[in-house]
Design a protein around this ligand. Structure first.
Ligand code: AMP
Length: 417
C-alpha cells in the first residue's frame, strides 16, 4: 500500500487523473489512498467506510481502469437505495469523462424501457438496486455473466433492508467469480459473514469514522427557495413528532422576521439573540424549556452553551459556514439516547457552501425535496418527503448548563431556569 498523498502516485490512468483534476480533487482521501492500489492489484477488498469518506472514488476510479470499452457489462454495483444508485452512477459518469464508457442505473420505481435499452446496448457499468435487477434477470433481460468486478455498496444497509437473498441470487448469476469489493459503514456479524462468503482473501480497509458523527441523529437537507423557507418550516411544524424545535438563523433580523411569520401561522415561538435584553432571553429560554412555546429561534449566540434535553428537531434555517458550528448546533438534539432530527435548509445559492460542509464533515446528508418549496433542480433527491424520519424523543424538558462560549452570558441566561 502506498503512503503517497497525490493521485498521480496511485497508478491510475491519465484519463482518470484528468477526470479527478476536473472535479477539483487535489488529494486522495484515506479510503482512496488505501483502496485504489488494492483494486488495481485485483485484490478483493472489504472496506469499512461510510458515505462521505470518498469511497465511491475509491472503488470506481480503479474499476474503470480495468474495464474494456465496448466489452459489455463488466462492473456491477449493488446499492440499497435508488438514490444512492443514482449518486454512484453520477460519480461514475464524472470519473469516466473523456472515455466512451457508459454507466447506467437499474432500479425500481421507474419505467423499464430505458433500463432495457441500456442493458441491450451493453453499458459497461451498471449500478443497481437488487430488486429490479433480479426482476430483469428473471425475465432474461439482464445478462450478468460478463461481470468481472462486483461492488456491494453500503452492505450493512442492504442487509438491514432484507436484501441478502437477492445479493446471493445476483452473485449466483455471475459467470466466473468476480473481483469483489464490499463497502459498509459498520461491520455487524451479518455483514462480516457476507464479506467472508462473497470475497476471497480480501484486504481489509478501515477508515476511522470522523468521530464527529452525531449518534442517534438523523441529518436531513431540504432544498428550498429563499422565499419559501418560512412556509417550509410551518409545514414541517405540522408533521408528527415536530415538538420542541430549535431553529438557528444567521442574523438577528432573520430571527425576528421568522418569528413574525411563525406568529402569523400560529406556531408558538420565541427568540433569543444578542439584541434582546438578558431578561427577555432568559424568559424565552424558560418558555421553551417548559414547553410553553414549540419553537425557539436563536442566532449563534445560543449555540454552544444551550443544553436543553428533549429537543426533537434542530433546524439550520441557514447553512452554517463552519462544520464546527454545524456539529454544535445539531448536537442540541438527540441527547441522552433520544433520537433527534437535524434539518438544514439549502437554497440554490447555498449549494457551494453546502457541498463544502458535507466534504468537511466527511459525510453526505440525506436530501429531501418537497415540490411546494423546492427550487428548480434541487439538490439530489434521496427520498420522498413523506418518509422523513420522525423524532421519537419525548417532551420532558429540563435545562442544564453546558459548555459555554460566553460563560457570563450563559450563566445569566440559565439563572432563569
Ligand atoms: P462519497 O463518500 O464517495 O459519497 O464522497 C463524499 C463526497 O466527497 C462527495 O461529494 C465527493 O465528490 C467528495 N470527494 C470524494 N473524494 C474526494 C477527494 N479526493 N477530494 C475532494 N472531494 C472528494
Amino acid at each position: 500500500m502506498t503512503e503517497s498523498t497525490t493521485f498521480s502516485a496511485l497508478e491510475l490512468s491519465e484519463l482518470r487523473l484528468a477526470a479527478v483534476e476536473t472535479l477539483g480533487w487535489t488529494e486522495p482521501t484515506p479510503v482512496q489512498r488505501q483502496t485504489v492500489p488494492l483494486v488495481l492489484e485485483r485484490r478483493d477488498v472489504v472496506g469499512i467506510a461510510r458515505t462521505g469518506t470518498g469511497k465511491t472514488g475509491a472503488f470506481m476510479l480503479p474499476a474503470l481502469d480495468m474495464v474494456r470499452a465496448g466489452g459489455g457489462l463488466q462492473v456491477l454495483v449493488l446499492c440499497p437505495t435508488r438514490e444512492l444508485a443514482h449518486q454512484v452512477q453520477e460519480d461514475t459518469v464524472a470519473f469516466a469523462r473523456g472515455s466512451s464508457l457508459r454507466a447506467t442505473v437499474i432500479c425500481g420505481g421507474v419505467g423499464y424501457q430505458p433500463q432495457l435499452d441500456a442493458l441491450a446496448r451493453g453499458d459497461e457499468i451498471v449500478v443497481a438496486t437488487p430488486g429490479r435487477l433480479i426482476d430483469l434477470k428473471k425475465r432474461g433481460k439482464a445478462k450478468l455473466t460478463g461481470v468481472r468486478i462486483l461492488i456491494l455498496d453500503e452492505a450493512d444497509r442492504m442487509l438491514d433492508m432484507g436484501f441478502r437473498p437477492q445479493i446471493e441470487e445476483v452473485a449466483r448469476g455471475l459467470g466466473a467469480r468476480p473481483q469483489t469489493l464490499l463497502f459498509s459503514a459498520t461491520m455487524p456479524n451479518g455483514v462480516h459473514d457476507l464479506a467472508l462468503r462473497m470475497t476471497k482473501d480480501p484486504a481489509w480497509v478501515e477508515v476511522s469514522p470522523s468521530g464527529t458523527m452525531a449518534q442517534g441523529i438523523s441529518e436531513i437537507a431540504y432544498s428550498v427557495r429563499p422565499d419559501k423557507k418560512p412556509g417550509l418550516l410551518v409545514h414541517l411544524m405540522q408533521q408528527p413528532g415536530w415538538e420542541q424545535v430549535l431553529v438557528f438563523t444567521r442574523t438577528k433580523r432573520g430571527a425576528d422576521a421568522l418569528r413574525s411569520r411563525l406568529d402569523k401561522a400560529r406556531v408558538s415561538c420565541d427568540v433569543i439573540h444578542g439584541d434582546r435584553q438578558m431578561r427577555e432571553r432568559g424568559r424565552a429560554l424558560d418558555r421553551f424549556t417548559e414547553g410553553k412555546v414549540r419553537v425557539l429561534v436563536a442566532t449563534d449566540i445560543a449555540q454552544r452553551g444551550l443544553d436543553i434535553e428533549g429537543i426533537s428537531h434542530v433546524v439550520n434555517y441557514d447553512v452554517p459556514m463552519d462544520p464546527g458550528d454545524y456539529i454544535h448546533r445539531i448536537g442540541r438534539t438527540g441527547r441522552a439516547g433520544a433520537t433527534g432530527v437535524a434539518v438544514t435548509f439549502v437554497t440554490a445559492s447555498d449549494l457551494g457552501a453546502f457541498r463544502t460542509l458535507e466534504y468537511q464533515l466527511e459525510r453526505r446528508l440525506e436530501k429531501v425535496h418537497h415540490p411546494d418549496f423546492d427550487f428548480a433542480g434541487g439538490i439530489v433527491q434521496e427520498r420522498p418527503e413523506a418518509e422523513a424520519p420522525r423524532s421519537r424523543s419525548g417532551r420532558g424538558m429540563g435545562s442544564k448548563a453546558g459548555e459555554a462560549l460566553d460563560p457570563e452570558e450563559l450563566a445569566a441566561l440559565l439563572a432563569h431556569g
